[in-house]
Design a protein around this ligand. Structure first.
Ligand SMILES: [Fe+2]
Length: 374
């Protein structure tokens, strides 16, 4: 779904190899002799990014950016070590644009590129640190241009990814708004539930559970998205719902999962949405799953969802206090909730209360990042 820098790296390698082949021809045409240094450059440029390429898919785009920076720094360092001492000051020339990549901004990158070229010319022609022959200068300048082209491509992908993340955030906000605008009482519910799941997920992760926080965040934010199909009069009905009306409400988890599938979200996110109203004792919906048949993320969402519902005003009752909500949830361990969550809930309850008092008015999704989902 998301663009990854790693996929773009294949193109970057191609640019590198084309650059190196071009230089080989320049050398051949100009009748220069190859030395081992040239082949070392070739090896570093073509093999140097292997660590990044082999591991990028396991990280979010944001982490990929830093991983790529570290990998490129190592490659740059390797190249600078290979250069004779008289050239060592030129490391700054290749390092500056690399540093600019971290800013994820075209103008900064362009300025760093121009600055690097100026430094190169200054050092080589005016500075007198190293007086290159015409061939050496052509080789170095060509390498620098290939290198800048390579980095420019990475930057293009990063900027594109930022834009996609921005649009994704907007789309998610709009979808949530479309659901919550129908019912004043659920304003901010999705974001709060998502924040509660992050508190639980982070705690569990620190305790050694395998929890994919990014996927949990997306699932929890979208958990009630299926309510978009529920008529307003049923959603906001103050009295008791008829069996028929309740059946309409119950369809929202399946409708939400269908929508997520339509949007090509990964299966674990679709399933987390689908089963967020399942109960540990098998009396939930839509499938009546019980115990460990229920996905872990759905169990986390169910707990967070219930806590927020209990501590929010409803048309038919006022909000319960956090302590009362705690009591109700603990009473329902082993029936509605997985009993193994009792210790977890005990441990995070204090953070729930802290969050509840400080961020009650959160309504929009912020800093939403898409994971590299292939
Ligand atoms: Fe729900």
């Amino acid at each position: 779904m998301a663009i990854s820098i790693g996929k773009g790296l294949k193109l970057l390698w191609l640019i590198c190899i084309i650059g190196v082949i071009t230089l080989t021809f320049i050398y051949l045409i100009l009748g220069e002799r190859f030395d081992s240094l040239y082949f070392q450059f070739l090896a570093v440029l073509t093999l140097g990014y292997l660590p990044y390429t082999l591991t990028y898919r396991f990280f979010s785009t944001n982490t990929q950016q830093y991983l790529l920076f570290i990998n490129m720094s190592i490659v740059t360092l390797a190249i600078s070590v290979m250069l004779p001492l008289s050239h060592s000051n030129q490391v700054i020339v290749i390092f500056l644009p690399l540093l600019a990549i971290l800013f994820n901004h075209r103008a900064i990158f362009l300025l760093s590129g121009i600055f690097s070229l100026c430094i190169y010319i200054f050092m080589d022609l005016i500075g007198g640190i190293h007086q290159s022959s015409l061939y050496e200068m052509m080789l170095e300048l060509s390498l620098l241009v290939v290198y800048l082209l390579l980095l420019r491509n990475v930057l293009k992908l990063l900027v594109k990814q930022s834009k996609i993340n921005f649009l994704f955030e907007k789309t998610v906000n709009t979808l949530i708004m479309a659901v919550e605008v129908k019912d004043d009482y659920t304003q901010g519910h999705s974001v709060r539930v998502s924040d509660y799941t992050m508190i639980i997920g982070t705690y569990m992760k620190n305790k050694g559970y395998e929890v994919d926080l990014e996927s949990l965040r997306i699932s929890s934010i979208l958990h009630d998205i299926g309510k978009i199909k529920i008529p307003v009069d049923i959603l906001t009905k103050e009295g008791k719902l008829t069996a028929e009306e309740f059946n309409v409400i119950k369809k929202h988890s399946k409708d939400g999962a269908d929508l997520a599938q339509e949007l090509e979200y990964p299966k674990d996110i679709v399933d987390s949405i689908l089963y967020h109203h399942e109960r540990f004792d098998g009396k939930g919906y839509p499938s009546g799953l019980k115990g460990d048949e229920i996905p872990l993320k759905s169990k986390i969402i169910a707990l967070a969802d219930t806590f927020d519902a209990l501590t929010s005003n409803r048309p038919y009752r006022n909000a319960f206090t956090a302590d009362k909500a705690y009591e109700i949830i603990v009473e329902n361990m082993n029936t509605q909730f997985d009993p193994s969550f009792e210790d977890i809930f005990n441990a995070v309850f204090h953070d729930f209360v802290k969050y509840q008092t400080s961020k009650k008015d959160v309504h929009v999704v912020k800093d939403f990042k898409l994971k590299n989902i292939n």
